[in-house]
Design a protein around this ligand. Sequence first.
Ligand code: XLS
Ligand code: CA
Ligand code: CA
Length: 436
Amino acid sequence: MSYFPTIDKIQFEGPKSSNPLAFRHYNPEEVVLGKTMKEHMRFSVAYWHTFTQDGSDPFGKAVNQRDWLTDDEMETAKNRVEAAFEFFEKLGVDYFCFHDMDVAPYGDSLETFFKNLDEIVELIKEKMDQTGIKLLWNTADRHSNPIYVHGAASSSNADVFAVSAAQVKKGIDISQKLNGKNFVFWGGREGYENLINTDMKLEEENIARLYHMAIDYSNEIGHEELTFLLEPKPKEPMKHQYDFDAATSMAFLQKYDLTDRFKLNLEANHATLAGHTFEHEMNVARNYDALGSLDANQGDTLLGWDTDEFPTDLYSVTLAMYEVLENGGIEPGGINFDAKVRRTSFEMDDLFIAHIAGMDTFARGLKAAARLKEDGFFDQLKDERYASYKNGIGADILSEKVDLKSLTDYALGLEKIDNKSSHIEFIKAQLNDYIY
Ligand code: XLS
Ligand code: CA
Ligand code: CA
């Protein structure tokens, strides 16, 4: 049976097309800077937003029309697999991501959950083999079950730590079975509300202990090529989340000796919640050689929460794609649409329309970023701005030939300091010419 009978494979129709079910900019085989768009992007669909969330919010019930829903949870889960693979194929996306809880019902116990997962993962594997669609990453949802009320690996209750570890083990087994290359840890409940009753040091150490166990287990079962990805987010659901942003997450990974196997999965909306831009977070990660994968979406700057909207902000996407190009690509990560349709976009077709809008925006962003790179726009700006480090005292500072005494002698001999204007307004106006 087809869940999207009126929709054929989405085609590239070019910028003049007014068909909402066609690409206007994303042309998968078009070559940009030596690689096809498809190879640059490695687009992925997020199971939770596209097949599981129902459009409800704290003020209203489910609104999404989803033809795979039935009264039986296992039947619904199986239908979802059918719908998902039909969707991936018609959209022309090669990757998908999921939490354990997205794909199979929990049932009445952890044991039932694992049994349900085994059955559904088998189905997913069949579909992957038939279609060639691959798993970008999977993860263990250690936040929605009420047992995680005090945290998961950071819980004050050691039994909860154990259940969370069991979910991670299962997740790594699933990753191996489905040939996943990345496994995400997003610490949804790893944080605190009150320091009064929180042992932050113990909680962080316990999280690190779990991550080391995950590395050890992946090695033990021969899945050592798996990259673990830590996903920063500053708040929501917790008031203080331990993995606040890229820099905080890197300090944690370094402190606990995890950098060999861990990189970062960066999300645009989490960046803005942390008071940063997406490109800032990516740049920080690149400076640590830790840019792992991207969750593509956008927040609403007028709202202070994680709205997970489909990315249509071309300015931000261009600067993000520039970071991807500078990184030499994003493989084995990808660009995962961790984005949900707005509550008002409740029809089945909206799932396609929204992804197409996101993919088209990234295609335009890629092209603009390629133009910026080809012209050396940023390189030139930075070259000029930091020119004082090319020779003389600047070169001596970089090669560490100087010390405080020799610098003092130099400084005392200076007649005047010659700072130059950045003309940043002109630069921004020029940048607009590349983007729009
Ligand atoms: C929630 C996170 C989550 C992770 C995976 O805000 O974005 O969905 O990406 O657990
Ligand atoms: Ca995310
Ligand atoms: Ca989010």
